[in-house]
Write a protein that binds this ligand. Structure first.
Ligand SMILES: Cc1cc2nc3c(=O)[nH]c(=O)nc-3n(C[C@H](O)[C@H](O)[C@H](O)COP(=O)(O)OP(=O)(O)OC[C@H]3O[C@@H](n4cnc5c(N)ncnc54)[C@H](O)[C@@H]3O)c2cc1C
Ligand code: FES
Length: 281
C-alpha cells in the first residue's frame, strides 16, 4: 500500500499527488514511469514519475482525468492509500553531454517531460521550453518550468494567456533565429504534435527524442500492446522506451492504431461512467 502524502489540484482536470514510495524514489530516473492500481479491483495504468525525492522517499505523479481509472484515482485524498505502484519502469532518458536543448510539450505532456527538462538543467545544459495548452486555465507547472528553463514560451490555442499560437510555430521561429545552435529537442504531447515537431527538427538536423505513450497493458514487455515501429523494427514502448529517436518513429502507423482504439473507447467510457455512478449495467 502506498500512502498519499499530498494531493494538489493543478486545474479542473489535472492533479498532482505525492506518494510515499521509498524504493521507487531511490532508483527512479528521468523518463521512467510507474504502473498503478488504485485498488485490488482496479485496472493498471501507466503514469510518468513527474518528480522524485530520494531523501524523502517520495515520488510525484501528475494525471489528467480522462477516464475511469484516472477519475477513480482522483477520488482518493491525502492520507489514503493506493493499492499498487510498480516501478520504476521503462528506460531512463539519456541526457548526458548536451549543451543546448529545446523542450516542446503539449498539455499533460508538460508533466511527462518535466523531469527530463529538470535533469538537463542539472547537467548544466541550457534549456529552452515551449509549452502549448488549449486555454489559460489548463496551464500547468508554469513556475516549475520557468525555474529550470533559460527561456520559456507558453502558448495557448485560443490566446487566452496573451500568446495565441502553436508550439510548432514557436519552435520554428526559435530555430530560424540562428543566434543559437541546438543539439537536442525533446517533445512530448499528442501524436500529431510530436510528428509535426519531428518534421521540423529533421530539416534542421537536430537530434529529437519523443516519449511515446501508447496504450499499455502489463507494462513489462509481455502483452505486445504498446508496439511502435522504430526504423522499421518493432519495439515495445514499455521496455525499449518510452523514449525513442523521433526521426525513426512511424507516426502514421501509431496514429492509425490510436484511431482504432478511439472507436472502442466511447463505449468503454460510457460503461466506466455507469460503473463510477454505481450502476451495474
Ligand atoms: C508511459 C506512459 C506514461 C504516461 N504518463 C502519464 C502522465 O504522467 N499523466 C497522465 O495524465 N497520463 C499519462 N499517461 C496516459 C495515461 O496512462 C492514460 O491517460 C490512462 O491510462 C487513462 O486511463 P483511464 O482509465 O482514466 O482512461 P480510459 O477510460 O482508459 O481512457 C479515456 C481516454 O483516454 C485515452 N487514453 C487512454 N490511455 C491513453 C494513453 N496511454 N495515451 C493517450 N491517451 C490515452 C483514451 O483514448 C480515451 O479517450 C501515460 C501513458 C503512458 C503509456
Ligand atoms: S505494455 Fe505490454 S508489452 Fe508493453
Amino acid at each position: 500500500m502506498f500512502k498519499i502524502l499530498s494531493k494538489i489540484s493543478l486545474n479542473s482536470r489535472t492533479s498532482r499527488m505525492t506518494l510515499s514510495a521509498p524504493s521507487i524514489a531511490n532508483s527512479a530516473k528521468a523518463g521512467q514511469f510507474v504502473v498503478i492500481r488504485v485498488d485490488s479491483f482496479g485496472e493498471r495504468i501507466p503514469l510518468t514519475i513527474a518528480d522524485y525525492n530520494k531523501n524523502e522517499g517520495t515520488i510525484d505523479i501528475i494525471y489528467q482525468k480522462v477516464g475511469f481509472t484516472t477519475s477513480k484515482l482522483d477520488m482518493k485524498s491525502k492520507g489514503e492509500y493506493i493499492s499498487d505502484v510498480v516501478g520504476p519502469l521503462g528506460k531512463p532518458s539519456q541526457l548526458m553531454g548536451y549543451k543546448n536543448a529545446i523542450i516542446v510539450a503539449g498539455g499533460t505532456g508538460c508533466a511527462i517531460v518535466f523531469p527530463q527538462a529538470k535533469q538537463l538543467h542539472e547537467n548544466n545544459c541550457t534549456v529552452s521550453t515551449i509549452c502549448g495548452f488549449q486555454r489559460k486555465e489548463f496551464i500547468i507547472l508554469e513556475k516549475e518550468i520557468c525555474d529550470i528553463s533559460d527561456f520559456t514560451r507558453i502558448v495557448t490555442d485560443d490566446g487566452s494567456n496573451g500568446n495565441k499560437g502553436l508550439v510548432t510555430d514557436a519552435l520554428l521561429s526559435r530555430l530560424e533565429d540562428k543566434t543559437q545552435q541546438y543539439d537536442l529537442v525533446i517533445t512530448v504531447g499528442p501524436l500529431p504534435m510530436m510528428k509535426a515537431v519531428c518534421a521540423i527538427t529533421k530539416n534542421f538536423s537536430i537530434k529529437t527524442i519523443v516519449s511515446m505513450n501508447p496504450i499499455m497493458i502489463d507494462g513489462t514487455g509481455m502483452c505486445g500492446g504498446c508496439r511502435v515501429s522504430v526504423n522499421g523494427k518493432t519495439k515495445f514502448a514499455c521496455v525499449d522506451g518510452p523514449d525513442f529517436d523521433g526521426h525513426k518513429i512511424n507516426f502514421d502507423e501509431i496514429i492509425l492504431k490510436d484511431k482504432n482504439y478511439s472507436y472502442l473507447y466511447p463505449n468503454k467510457r460510457e460503461k466506466n461512467c455507469k460503473l463510477l455512478r454505481g450502476c451495474s449495467e
